[in-house]
Write a protein that binds this ligand. Structure first.
Ligand code: 5AD
Ligand code: SF4
Length: 429
């Protein structure tokens, strides 16, 4: 979602006469888009901004902007921490950035633009896109779930969704420009359509939106993220099965395999419900991929809780898992709890999870050996001259020989080799 916001702001500035600078030291404006989900990213962000002190000292007119969730959380504190920051702009005010930057250029004063975080964004879609093949399309923003570890509901506000007409119009425009793949983005895509419109409902739910987008000529693949286990439904799995362009990949964050921890996280499901959903998904999409997010070291997580997470990971057999060490994120509720799992234990649990997942990923990928898969060619490879890299519908990376002329096309590749993070093969037509 942050990538889409960066692209949006870049496009907006280009529409207002700016151009992309070839490097930071040539820029008149430097914008940092920030993520507040984990403490580590936040610390890195402030150190990256601080790296600009010498440049700012040399180039007085340089404007430094902090946008995104850290801006929303820190507000004027960000400038107190690092006075070289000129503008602090929350996610709700990003559409105003061209005007704010112009004001700062004129008056040389700090501007803190943090408005109502629950506000709906204006329907502006600048032309600029960072790629030519795959496009990110936001379907809404915010989250109502308040998982106790998570800062998103505070930084991004309550759920609000774009009108299906606007989304379809945007995707049609992208199809006309030659984009082949669409990634629909929302904090919780399965609750699309809830809580908006005059009667509190949009005309379609998420499965209905997928159906509409599936009709758009030129688009070959539709992906989406993120789904929430509490709202993932048979209707969604059925839509994924029935709609030819919707790719067979579900990202379903587990977070923990322990019911006790899931409850403390306020996730709204237990291990049983999660496993049932997975079973149902596998029934509709036997060859579909499943990926997940897992947090280790949530307050109070015992060895027994952790073992339960390992158990679920084995039982499900995820294609890939993004694993994180818990960090308290005030004002999220769990930040009031004692962060009582030591860093040493968090590290060890993370390593163990990652090791297990690497084994499972290889096993899952080996199932592809000897099979012919549909690959969208995305870029040139890094090793031999004519290798290219693409992705399967299940979002697995594939490397094979073929040459740059293939970029943008859909080809069949027979898989000959499988590693934990990439498949290799040869084109068969
Ligand atoms: N600590 C560690 N990981 C977190 N995530 C969200 N909040 C935290 C936190 N406080 C992880 C979750 C989420 C992913 C985007 O980041 O796993 O799904
Ligand atoms: Fe955060 Fe939970 Fe909302 Fe995901 S569903 S954004 S983890 S509060």
């Amino acid at each position: 979602m942050n990538s889409r916001d960066s692209e949006f702001v870049t496009g907006l500035l280009i529409d207002n006469g700016y151009t992309l600078a070839p490097s930071i030291d040539k820029a008149d404006v430097v914008i940092f888009n920030s993520c507040a989900v984990r403490k580590h990213a936040e610390d890195k962000l402030f150190s990256h901004i601080a790296d600009l002190k010498p440049l700012k000292a040399k180039k007085k007119g340089l404007i430094i902007v902090l946008m995104g969730c850290v801006a929303q959380n820190y507000k004027d504190e960000a400038v107190k921490r690092l006075p070289i920051i000129d503008i602090v702009c929350g996610p709700g005010d990003e559409a105003k950035l061209p005007r704010i930057i112009a004001d700062v250029a004129r008056h040389r004063e700090h501007i803190i633009a943090i408005e109502d975080v629950d506000k709906k964004r204006p329907e502006i879609t600048p032309e600029y896109r960072s790629g030519e093949l795959k496009a990110l399309v936001s379907i809404g923003e915010g989250c109502n779930n308040f998982c106790t570890y998570c800062i998103v509901p505070y930084a991004r506000g309550r759920e609000r969704y774009r009108d299906p007409k606007d989304i379809v119009r945007e995707v049609r425009g992208l199809a006309r420009r030659g984009f082949k793949e669409i990634l629909l983005l929302g904090q919780n895509v399965n609750s699309y359509g809830r809580g908006t419109g005059s009667d509190g409902q949009l005309a379609v739910n998420f499965a209905g939106l997928l159906e509409e987008i599936n009709e758009i000529d030129g688009i070959k693949r539709i992906r989406f993220m993120t789904s929430h286990p509490k709202d993932a439904s048979e209707e969604l799995f059925k839509a994924m099965c029935d709609l030819d362009k919707v790719c067979e990949h579900l990202h379903l964050p587990l977070q923990s395999g322990s019911d006790r921890i899931l409850k403390a996280m306020n996730r709204g499901y237990d291990r049983n419900k999660y496993m049932k959903d997975i079973e149902l998904y596998k029934r509709y999409l036997p060859l579909g991929a499943i990926t997940t997010d897992v947090i280790v070291g949530f307050p109070g997580e015992t060895e027994k809780d952790f073992k339960e997470t390992l158990r679920v990971m084995k039982d499900v057999g995820f294609d890939n898992a993004f694993t994180f060490k818990y960090s308290p994120r005030p004002p999220a509720a769990s930040s009031e709890l004692e962060d009582d799992v030591t860093m040493e234990v968090k590290d060890r649990r993370l390593q163990e999870l990652m090791k297990l997942q690497a084994r499972i990923s290889i096993m899952k990928n080996e199932r592809f050996k000897g099979k012919i898969v549909d690959v969208l060619v995305e870029s040139i490879g890094t090793k031999a001259d004519d290798t290219v890299i693409g992705r399967t519908r299940t979002n697995k990376m594939v490397v094979f020989g073929g040459g740059a002329k293939l970029i943008g096309s859909l080809v069949n590749v027979e898989i000959e080799d499988a590693k934990s993070n990439i498949l290799a093969g040869r084109m068969v037509g």
